[in-house]
Design a protein around this ligand. Structure first.
Ligand SMILES: Cc1cc2nc3c(=O)[nH]c(=O)nc-3n(C[C@H](O)[C@H](O)[C@H](O)COP(=O)(O)OP(=O)(O)OC[C@H]3O[C@@H](n4cnc5c(N)ncnc54)[C@H](O)[C@@H]3O)c2cc1C
Length: 415
């Protein structure tokens, strides 16, 4: 595949852009593969990419029922951070964040990683203590964060009203190398690199069943027929329970709608990401100028990719207290995704009761930031047949053993 470069852009500019190749191929499925990954979201594609890059396994198919990146990967608000409390979480999220730093160079695809800094506002005394504790934990984990006071918050983000009527800003947990990336580009970049390694990305192909023999997976039934495999990776986020059901086991996962919205574009007014967890809202400004706003998850299980209207109303009402400047903005559009929530708000990267079948799910409201690290760890597990150090604590057995990785403070509402 031809490399993207400034020279290539100039050359194509001179010949009416006639020489660009398709970024990835759309082949018909082969009868069987060494590895099938179900789900062409960021996590599934990253898993395939690191299977090829780190382990030389390229006889791989990534099977997607819709279009690649059309699930939560293309619907999220793109916040990247690694300021989690527990050691296993900090390790995998920081691995992901550090891979984001040069992902564009690695994939030869601009994923627009923008480490503009993320602040999580402390608006109650309880939150101050919680975030100070996280800052201490992060210092021990080697994750660069800092607890800052309200003056510094105002300096970093002048449009914040720190003396808000209900919840004044008392400080913030600040991660200077957190930020955002272009969500579609992450999926597209991984897809292009996978296709370049000879892997098949098969879109518009729904997996409808999992075939097995003697307790081992043998393949999947799909809307394009049966496809055999030696190993199977299930990476379908909100539909994990559905796929697990096909494979004959159950998961401690609940699927709920989480939604977000964007405003009309305005001039640059905010160059950090701000999360206000007490009032359930967060905001950043996209490169196009839109204010990107996210709120809470629906309080009931569902598979509708919309979310309920009252959440939008609550989110916007809450954010206006902290950002009065947005009160006259028009909201352009809203959307939802189906997120997969575990009880301890930590992911599952695990072998399953079905032989040679592995699952990656449970990223809930905050898995975009984890895509490179999660793909790295899941590829290692599939290649070796057992989880490596990054994934070891995230097994399904933790729910049986009561060994939770409780991130409800870091991940319960926020992203
Ligand atoms: C509104 C919103 C805001 C968010 N904000 C953030 C944020 O700011 N930061 C952050 O880190 N995270 C955020 N998240 C969470 C993040 O988007 C997800 O954790 C992450 O994208 C999950 O990626 P994935 O690859 O696991 O899932 P997905 O991208 O959903 O991919 C799974 C794929 O599996 C496919 N699939 C399902 N069933 C089948 C089947 N039977 N056969 C074939 N294919 C199938 C789906 O079509 C889908 O494309 C947000 C999520 C939402 C919804």
């Amino acid at each position: 595949m031809k490399r993207y470069s400034a020279f290539a852009v100039a050359r194509e500019g001179l010949r009416h852009h006639a020489g660009w190749e398709r970024a990835w191929k759309s082949p018909a499925p082969k009868p069987s593969y060494d590895v099938i990954i179900v789900g062409a979201g960021g996590h599934g594609l990253a898993t395939a990419y690191y299977l090829g890059k780190n382990f030389g396994i390229t006889n791989v198919a990534v099977i997607e029922k819709g279009w690649l990146g059309g699930g939560n990967t293309g619907r999220n608000t793109t916040i990247i951070r690694s300021n989690y409390l527990q050691d296993p979480s900090a390790a995998i999220y920081e691995k992901a964040r550090s891979l984001y730093e040069d992902l564009s160079q690695d994939l030869n695809y601009n994923v627009m990683f923008s480490p503009r800094g993320v602040m999580m506002l402390a608006q109650t005394h309880h939150e101050i203590r919680g975030y100070q504790r996280t800052a201490h934990a992060n210092a021990l984990q080697g994750v660069e964060t800092e607890f800052i006071g309200p003056e510094r918050v105002k300096e970093l983000c002048p449009i914040i009203e720190t003396r808000g009527p209900r919840y004044p800003v008392l400080g913030a947990l600040w991660q200077p190398r957190g930020g955002t990336a272009r969500h579609d580009a992450v999926a597209w970049g991984y897809a292009r690199a996978c296709s370049d390694m000879g892997m098949d990305i098969i879109q518009k192909c729904e997996v409808t069943g999992v075939t097995q023999e003697g307790g081992q997976v043998t393949g999947v039934e799909t809307t394009k027929g049966h496809i055999g495999c030696t190993k199977l990776g299930i990476v379908v986020a909100g539909h994990s329970g559905v796929l697990a059901d096909m494979a004959g086991f159950r998961l401690p996962i609940e699927s709920v709608a989480l939604q977000a919205l964007v405003s009309e574009p305005i001039k640059p007014c905010m160059d950090v990401v701000v999360m206000a967890n007490t009032v359930h809202g967060y905001m950043s400004q996209s490169d196009k100028g839109e204010m990107v706003i996210g709120g809470g998850a629906d309080g009931y299980n569902n598979y509708t990719q919309r979310g309920s209207f009252h959440h939008i109303e609550e989110t916007v009402r809450a954010l206006i207290e902290t950002f009065p400047i947005i009160s006259r903005l028009k909201m352009l559009r809203m959307w939802g995704g189906i997120v997969d929530m575990t009880g301890d708000r930590s992911p599952i990267i695990s072998p399953t009761p079905l032989g040679n079948t592995f699952i990656n799910c449970g990223w809930g409201t905050g898995g975009f930031k984890a895509i490179p690290g999660s793909g790295w760890a899941t590829a290692e597990m599939i290649a070796r047949g057992t989880p490596g150090p990054l994934a070891a604590e995230f097994g399904l057995n933790r729910f049986r053993e009561g060994r939770f990785i409780d991130e409800s403070v870091a991940a319960g509402v926020a992203h």
